[in-house]
Design a protein around this ligand. Structure first.
Ligand code: HPA
Ligand code: ZN
Length: 344
């Protein structure tokens, strides 16, 4: 095998986690059509190809408009189960061993789908994923930041009886003009009830939103965070606390957050001390799962074996898995690295 092939195989085979995946964003066009037909819903599109052709996004909002249309096909517990189990099967092929999965209850409750229907379907699939593949999954419930605070408070109240099922809460949807401060009280209450907290910040919103998310919402991991690079002082302060960023290269490219992956600032982020991770965001919409994100980044930036090792280890270190599993996976990753690159 040539050296580049060895590196590409290492990217594909190294165990990794995924920490930024919206389960509704893993709805592949084939399943969307199947569910639409089963649930007697009319879609604008007749084939997976037609659907994929419509996935040309100008910005975050133009994506969200289509994404929320797609979520309408998810109605029964079984729909959420199938969606989630399909994601797990696909992630396992990328050697993803653990995922912390976002879900958007408000996108479903607003259409009359019950909170329990969503949660039970997803949770059953996580249980089967563990039994069938040894895959571990955690759930992070997201609040839609373009909806009112009191609505977020209401879904938080629903989640409070499920603290054994839902590990954390997050903040997603349209970021512009919806600063983290809008949800200070919601996040404070979530923390009081033991939920871990993350938030999308600095995807389309300014660096100040990243600062607010950390200081006001007291989040322990930042989703995206990429626009923090525009403020050197902020980036350095985030590096000092070694906070993780869940970066999503293909998403950022497709939503015009970055123009070209060759300019992707991951090295700048890593050298500041931030724990950078690579994730897929909405893989069915942005053209790839975790390994495709790694490979696209590698194609653009020519990542070194040591950088890939760091990113794989970061994905474990930035996760919410327990300390014992964490050190087991770190050892495994280092072993595979040594066998691949240092053994002859
Ligand atoms: N950004 C913000 N909100 C979202 C996204 C995203 O990429 N996907 C689903 N909700
Ligand atoms: Zn996201």
């Amino acid at each position: 095998m040539t050296e580049p092939d060895i590196l590409i195989n290492f990217i594909k085979n190294v165990p990794k986690t995924e920490l930024h995946i919206h389960i509704e964003g893993a709805l592949e066009p084939e399943l969307m059509l199947k569910l639409a037909s089963k649930n007697n819903l009319k879609l604008k599109y007749a084939s997976p190809e037609e659907i994929r052709k419509a996935y040309r996004f100008k910005n975050l909002q133009s994506f969200l408009d289509i994404y929320y249309q797609g979520t309408r096909t998810l109605i029964t517990e079984e729909d959420f189960y199938t969606l989630t189990l399909n994601y797990i099967q696909r992630a396992v092929r990328d050697n993803v061993i653990h995922a912390e999965i976002f879900f958007d209850p408000q996108a479903h409750i607003s259409r009359g789908v019950k909170f329990d229907t969503v949660l039970n379907g997803i949770y059953e699939a996580l249980r089967d994923g563990r039994n069938i593949f040894g895959f571990s999954g955690e759930l992070i419930m997201c609040f839609l930041r373009d909806q009112p605070e009191d609505e977020a408070m209401r879904v938080l109240d629903m989640a409070i009886s499920y603290t054994d099922t839902i590990k954390g809460v997050g903040l997603d949807s349209a970021e512009r003009n919806n600063p983290p401060s809008k949800f200070s009280r919601v996040f404070e209450k979530a923390r009081e009830h033991g939920f871990l907290t993350v938030a999308h910040a600095g995807e389309e919103g300014p660096p100040e939103y990243v600062k607010e998310a950390v200081e006001l919402l007291k989040i322990i991991r930042i989703d995206h965070g990429i626009r923090a690079v525009e403020n050197e002082k902020l980036l350095q302060s985030l590096g000092r606390i070694k906070i993780p960023f869940t970066l999503c290269p293909l998403s950022n490219l497709k939503l015009n957050v970055v123009r070209d992956l060759r300019d992707y600032p991951i090295r700048k982020i890593m050298s500041a001390g931030v724990l950078a991770t690579v994730n897929s965001d909405d893989p069915a919409y942005f053209g790839g799962y975790v390994n495709e994100n790694f490979l696209a980044l590698h194609g653009a930036l020519n990542l070194t074996p040591a950088e890939i090792l760091t990113l794989a280890k970061n994905s474990v270190l930035a996760s919410f898995m327990d300390a014992e599993r964490m050190s087991m996976w770190i050892e495994k990753i280092e072993d595979i690295y040594r066998h691949t690159f240092l053994s002859s």
